[in-house]
Design a protein around this ligand. Structure first.
Ligand code: ADP
Ligand code: MG
Length: 238
């Protein structure tokens, strides 16, 4: 069964069609990477899946149920934003605990979840710090930690590496691949970086002008791009 299913999903802002009839089935445990240039609708797509905005047309199902009337908190997804969006006045621990505290989970469970996520992300030694005392890469890990503690069915990542310098970005690509293996959860990841997409994806979805150009395994897109846009973007000048 598809964990996330998009059926004819369109989004218009006024006259502008930002997403145009996007269809996709994301299978359980899969890492699907949407790749496309800035402005092609990647963030919009994640916001629709997360329930932060509604499609103009089409339907989104998560775990087999239509989510048009399901609130963001009840969709079983957790989104990591490009900006990290950490609370500056809270410690790393409390940033990670935040959603569980809102959900009134018992302290023992909160503590266990925060410490386990910190361990996975190698930030156990940073739990008492405030975000301003962290490097960019460490902040980024905290943002991922906040998603992990919620134990979502589906992780949504919006260009999580785009604020990091080139070297760290290079290392973090592999960290994401490892995280995906370790957590074994479904990930929908968007980026404008082809290398990131090639490293992480089970399947890549190439998006341009709000339309899906091609869906396939990284090597398939590389070797058999369906059009010039995909060829140019994935890097094989066919
Ligand atoms: P990406 O994440 O791929 O860079 P976005 O999804 O952020 O692209 O945006 C796609 C297009 O939709 C852009 O042209 C952007 O200006 C437009 N857009 C996004 N959100 C809104 C909004 N709330 N109102 C009007 N236009 C928007
Ligand atoms: Mg974006």
């Amino acid at each position: 069964m598809a964990v996330v299913e998009l059926s004819g999903v369109s989004k218009r802002f006024g006259e502008t069609a930002v997403l145009d009839r996007v269809d996709l089935r994301v299978e359980d445990g899969e890492a699907v990477v949407f790749v496309g240039p800035s402005g092609c609708g990647k963030s919009t797509l994640l916001r629709l899946i997360a329930g932060l905005d509604d499609p103009t047309d089409g339907a989104i199902a998560i775990g087999g149920r239509d989510v048009s009337d399901v609130s963001p908190a009840e969709r079983g997804v957790a989104m990591v934003f490009q900006s990290y969006a950490l609370y500056p006045h809270l410690s790393v621990y409390e940033n990670m605990a935040f959603a569980l505290r809102l959900a009134k989970r018992p302290q023992a469970e909160v503590d266990q979840a925060v410490r386990a996520a910190a361990e996975v992300l190698s930030i156990s030694h940073l739990l008492d710090r405030k975000p301003k005392a962290l490097s960019g890469g460490q902040r980024q890990r905290v943002a991922i930690g906040r998603a992990i503690v919620r134990s979502p069915e589906v992780f949504l990542f919006d260009e999580p590496l785009s604020n990091l310098d080139a070297e760290l970005r290079g290392r973090m690509r592999y960290e994401f691949a490892r995280l995906h293996q370790q957590l074994g959860r479904t990930m929908i990841y968007v980026t404008h970086d082809q290398v990131e997409a090639m490293t992480l994806a089970d399947r890549i979805v190439v998006l341009s002008g709000g339309r899906v150009q091609q869906v396939g395994a990284p090597m398939e897109l590389y070797q058999r791009p369906v059009n010039r846009f995909v060829a140019g973007f994935i890097g094989n000048p066919a």
